[in-house]
Design a protein around this ligand. Structure first.
Ligand SMILES: *Cc1c(COP(=O)(O)O)cnc(C)c1O
Length: 378
């Protein structure tokens, strides 16, 4: 059977290496995984309690209208109900936006080293994926993106994906950059600008623009939020889409009626109200990052200051060698060669003893593997 070239070119998603696999492969009993930006505190206890209580209801189909979830999240975020919907993780929302708004021959636009899901979903819907370069300080270059948009009308760019903060770089675009960008691209009716705010709760930068304030002003701005990160519910799969009424209306027609399962709907409602868990998760990420920065400085390894719950650092060596040596010591980090960083590793913040074990292992490993040249990003 014939398969389109965009589909054939898809590269299978490479997840963080599972703990069990690492244990088997290296004969280890204790393994720490700091590879997938998961919440090291687990899930909100309030969410777990709500899930427990709902287990006897699993023979019913989930509510296809997400009624309670929509009510609660809409009042929490002060977003009108007709401007909000949910997906099976933000992943599904990204995928559906590509399917809804792009036809074969159209394009999506993002940056190099942006979150990989945009490219995968773009390709899977037979859409061309256009990318601009990062700035010298590893940020998405909004100016280059808007220039690209206007320079290439023939590419028919329908969606622009901006991860803010971005994964795996941890960088963000600031308020002035976003304002300027939207002065040029805001309110157009031929392109949607999608801000992916998966890490928004971890941001410490003062000039970070919350896109929740922008979608009211610009009728082509969409915002993605996830319950996978600070809420600790990655396994249950819920993401939110905040968007213009017309976008939500179409999205709700295309999404599967049972895309968000019943436990997930209940869990999110509970997790949103668990302020203590959210606050603890945030504090842990911040203190963990500060600890990482201090240790990386001591090791003289360059790193990119992060607004997420992870940091991208330069090992000054072939990162796959460092990664292998760390795995042998039971530490799983994330290689990012596929994003164009052959010398970098991405390290998620864990709980204190995990962070310390990771840093101790890194200290040892770096002594074994000599520096092999100048720091480089290609
Ligand atoms: C982790 C992450 C998400 C979340 O994806 P889900 O499908 O909701 O789990 C979204 N965007 C970025 C940039 C991420 O890093």
């Amino acid at each position: 059977m014939k398969v389109s070239k965009e589909i054939l070119n898809l590269v299978p998603y490479k997840p963080g290496k599972p703990i069990s696999e690492t244990q088997r492969e290296f004969g280890l009993s204790q393994v720490f995984k700091l590879a997938s930006n998961e919440n090291p505190l687990g899930s909100s206890p309030m969410a777990l309690k709500a899930i427990q209580a709902h287990l006897k209801e699993l023979h019913y189909y989930p509510d296809p209208t997400h009624y309670d979830l929509l009510e609660k999240v809409s009042s929490f975020w002060k977003i009108p109900k007709n401007q909000l919907s949910f997906g099976n993780g933000s992943d599904e929302i990204i995928d559906l936006l590509c399917r809804i708004y792009c036809e074969p021959g159209d394009s999506i636009l993002t940056s190099e080293a942006a979150f990989a899901a945009y490219e995968v979903s773009g390709n899977a819907s037979r859409t061309q994926v256009q990318k601009t370069k990062l700035t010298a300080d590893y940020k998405m270059d909004l100016q280059a993106m808007s220039q690209h948009f206007f320079a290439h009308p023939e590419q028919k760019i329908r969606l622009i994906f901006i991860a803010n903060p971005n994964n795996p770089t941890g960088t963000y675009v600031n308020k002035d950059e976003v304002d300027l960008f939207l002065q040029k691209l805001g309110n157009r009716d031929d392109v949607l600008v999608v801000f992916d705010e998966a890490y928004t709760e971890f941001v410490r930068a003062q000039d970070y623009p919350v896109a929740f304030d922008l979608f009211r002003k610009y009728k082509n701005v969409c915002v993605l939020r996830t319950f996978s990160k600070i809420f600790g519910l990655a396994g249950i799969r819920v993401g939110a889409l905040v968007a213009p009424v017309e976008v939500i209306e179409i999205f709700n027609r295309v999404r599967k009626p049972f895309n968000v399962n019943s436990l997930a709907q209940i869990a999110v409602i509970a997790a949103m109200q668990d302020y203590e868990f959210i606050k603890n998760s945030q504090q842990l990420a911040w203190s963990g990052l500060d600890y990482f920065y201090q240790e990386l400085k001591a090791l003289k390894l360059p790193f990119i200051e992060s607004q997420g719950n992870f940091v991208l650092f330069d090992t000054l060596r072939d990162a796959s060698k460092v990664d292998q040596a760390l795995l042998r010591r039971g530490i799983i980090l994330r290689p990012v060669k596929n994003y164009g960083f052959p010398r970098h590793l991405r390290m998620s913040v864990g709980i204190e003893n995990e962070n310390k074990a990771a840093m101790d292992a890194l200290h040892e490993v770096l002594k074994e593997i000599p520096i092999d040249g100048k720091s480089n990003h290609n």
